[in-house]
Design a protein around this ligand. Structure first.
Ligand SMILES: Cc1ncc(COP(=O)(O)O)c(C=O)c1O
Length: 442
């Protein structure tokens, strides 16, 4: 059956950005039966033994536990175990109270804040926060007279933002400026404040810090400047902290979460080892949190509670913060070192190339300024030598301007082994030399 689709139906039943490329990758891996591919496209975090053990231990503790709170069941009839309470019952839309309290206390203690429960909302993954916000704050106003923009202040950014709005024309991204260290073959994107427009036509602002795909970390001053531009218009600024401290702490440069009246600080436990449990946390002003909570009630009632119950233990005991700093962060930071050292050695000296500074996240981002083909074609060339990366053009959602740079980059996942990364980068260097050479001789 082929049901007629609404405008929104047609739009939402299409895969956007990297999800569309993933289809090609899955088909490539399936078709190349005998061929061994080095897959440097993955966004799934590595299952690190210490992290899996933490979640096993927390699960065992949950299974062994009994309810201690009289409001969890009728004490006259039975004392339900906490397991029964979280798995066999519906709960509040805002989230599982013990989890909210654990996050509240941890943030207050770590960052000297004064958060109350009303500042916190738990969502099924952090992607859903961006969906709620993009559609609650962005799009057409109630009287239809104004289109409120969803502003991405620095492009490239997370490909998932491309699919969050029901009003695609609302999404607008801004070209950055580039800080280039040619000698070192390194660069860094910075927001271009001379272009960035945040005004009465802005519904909300979203960016990732650390950034997927580039590993960039916007500085504290840059974040504060964006928040200050948005404040006079009461525009919420969502700081996507899926890779930030305190968990998963995938920052390789110093950074602290930044709170503010119009900032919604968004956390994900996916890269801390719970992607399947779908846990997102929004922290912000109670009025903004309330809007998102109502959106959530309408959409899916609440986030699953089992994941929240085990995460309560991991956060309250301090174990999650410790493992993030001592296991998760060093693991990926070392992978980035493998990528940069191999490229430094293997890339031809006469070929222009620039690696984005590795400030965090689980990816590295390579720019080939004189690439004589598109990023998609280069991706195809790499497939021929058994290396799969992600073409960079998927990471510019909302960017309207023509900018050759969007087709000169690739994303390399740091989830592979050292050996795979080394071989992958050596093959990449060889292919890059060949494709640049072909143009010179033709
Ligand atoms: C920057 C960024 N934001 C959000 C998400 C979505 O994460 P979640 O699993 O919490 O929905 C991802 C996932 O890779 C991401 O990279």
């Amino acid at each position: 059956m082929n049901p007629a689709l609404s405008k929104i139906g047609a739009q939402m039943s299409h895969l956007t950005g990297v999800r569309a490329i993933m289809k090609d990758i899955v088909e490539t891996l399936r078709a190349g039966k005998g061929q061994e591919f080095i897959n440097l496209s993955a966004g799934n975090p590595v299952i690190l033994p210490e992290v899996e053990q933490l979640w096993r231990d927390c699960t065992a503790d949950l299974l062994a536990s009994h309810a201690t709170c009289s409001t969890w069941g009728d004490p006259k009839t039975a004392v339900a175990s906490e397991y029964g309470e979280v798995v066999c019952r519906y709960g509040a839309s805002q989230g599982y109270q013990p989890f909210i309290e654990a996050v509240r206390d941890d943030f207050n203690r770590r960052y000297g804040l004064n958060l109350s429960n009303n500042n916190i909302l738990i969502t099924p993954g952090s992607q859903s926060i961006y969906f709620y916000a993009a559609n609650a704050f962005g799009g057409y106003t109630a009287d239809g007279s104004q289109l409120k923009k969803i502003v991405l202040p620095l492009s490239p950014d997370y490909t998932g933002y491309g699919g969050v709005t029901l009003v695609p024309e609302a999404l607008i991204a801004y070209k950055p400026t580039l800080d280039i260290d040619e000698k070192a073959n390194r660069f860094k994107y910075r927001p271009d404040f001379s272009q960035l427009a945040i005004d009465e036509n802005t519904g909300c602002v979203i960016f990732s810090r650390p950034c997927n795909p580039t590993g960039n970390v916007l500085t504290q001053e840059e974040v504060e400047k964006i928040a200050a531009l948005a404040a006079p218009y009461n525009v919420p600024v969502l700081v996507d902290s899926a890779y930030a401290p305190p968990y998963p702490a995938l920052n390789f440069t110093d950074m602290t979460p930044i709170m503010g009246e119009n900032i919604i600080h968004c956390i994900s436990l996916s890269k801390a080892g719970l992607p399947g449990e779908r846990i997102g946390i929004a922290i912000g002003d109670p009025e903004m949190i309330q809007v998102l909570e109502c959106f959530q009630t309408n959409m899916c009632i609440h986030s699953p509670r089992y994941g929240q119950a085990i995460a309560t233990r991991a956060i309250a005991s301090g174990a999650l913060g410790d493992i993030a700093e001592t296991v998760i962060r060093p693991h990926y930071q070392q992978k980035f070192t493998v990528v940069e050292n191999t490229l430094d050695q293997a890339m031809p000296k006469d070929l222009p190339w620039c690696l984005h500074r590795g400030e965090g996240a689980i990816f590295s981002w390579l720019w080939l300024p004189e690439l004589p083909m598109t990023d998609w074609e280069f991706y195809q060339e790499l497939k021929q030598v058994g290396v799969i990366v992600v073409p960079g053009s998927s990471f510019f959602p909302g960017l309207r301007e023509d900018w050759p740079h969007t087709q000169q980059c690739i994303r390399i996942s740091l989830t592979a082994t050292d050996e795979e990364l080394t071989t992958g980068m050596q093959r990449l260097a060889k292919v890059a030399a060949e494709v640049h050479q072909k143009v010179l001789v033709s």
